[in-house]
Write a protein that binds this ligand. Structure first.
Ligand code: PAF
Length: 275
């Protein structure tokens, strides 16, 4: 069975042993409750999966307490995907007496940063710590969290981490819904309603593929499609430059079209990129 370790020292001992054997090391940072989207990140290298619901990236009104957790199921998925180690620390192991945080300016203040102002500080801090604990050659992040991927890439560049950041494609259910641990919050009616995100994005993508360059018109069409769904409430629909996350005017290249939508009480995100 795949080892599940709780302490930083244990992770370092495993990684040192792999390094002595000349193996490369990959890190898949997750908050657990793994699904096929995570599996697609694991199938590489000698992989450590961190499985840690990070308290510092949740605001007090968010779902830290109720975030789904299932370490046994996670271990089974990691094992079958070929991961070598799971790091499942307690918050006290990660944050004992900590006074230091890592923050990235500007690109964390837009999109999800507007409604989740402390979120990316928590993400950048925990990801930096995981990088320093595992010291991987590569780290894998899902494209579904496109802003997170952009922020992590910028942090790695700015802080000179010697780690290759690999963005992995969004994995979807058969009907198009992007896989997410938070999909488990949806009841049957909401699960159906949640399809409006993927449907709206595919309308937008088709417009661009058919030659529409005006980002306003594309964003309006995406918004209109979501608004047709009575259970949906838009947080944002934005088309931005893939690196700066500033509003883009020309939809034809290097853009991220991103949406965040409440379906009932559950906030879902989805996106596509044209690069
Ligand atoms: O994407 C996530 O699951 C989390 O934000 C991450 C990167 C594991 C940091 O806690």
């Amino acid at each position: 069975m795949i080892p599940v370790v709780k302490t930083i020292d244990e992770v370092r001992n495993y990684v040192k042993a792999w390094r002595r054997e000349g193996r490369t090391v990959g890190l898949v940072p997750t908050m657990g409750f793994l699904h096929e989207g995570h599996r697609s990140l694991i199938e590489n290298d000698c992989v450590v999966v961190s499985d840690f619901v990070n308290p510092t990236q949740f605001a007090p009104n968010e779902d830290f307490e109720t975030y789904p957790r299932d370490i046994e199921a996670d271990a089974a998925l990691c094992e079958s995907a070929g991961a070598k180690l799971i790091f499942n620390p307690e918050p006290s192991e990660m944050y004992h007496d900590a006074l230091t945080t890592v923050s990235v300016d500007k690109i964390t203040k837009v999109l999800c940063g507007k409604t989740r102002p402390i979120h990316f500080n928590g993400v950048c801090t925990v990801v930096s710590k995981l990088f320093n604990i595992v010291m991987p050659d590569r780290a894998y992040f899902g494209q579904k969290d496109a802003q997170q991927l952009c922020v992590v890439k910028k942090m790695v560049k700015d802080l000179n981490f010697d780690i290759e950041i690999v963005g992995c494609p969004i994995i979807r259910e058969k009907d198009g819904l992007a896989k997410s641990s938070r999909n488990t919050y949806l009841n049957a009616a909401e699960r159906k309603a949640a399809l409006c995100l993927a449907r709206a994005l595919s309308t937008g993508r088709k417009m661009i593929c058919d030659g529409e360059k005006d980002t306003e018109r594309v964003a309006d069409a995406i918004r209109a499609e979501i608004e047709r769904e009575p259970l949906a409430r838009i947080d944002y629909v934005e088309i931005v430059d893939l690196d700066t996350l500033e509003p883009a005017r020309d939809a034809s290249s290097h853009i991220l079209a991103a949406v965040a939508v409440y379906i009932g009480k559950t906030r879902l995100i989805d996106n596509f990129i044209i690069d």
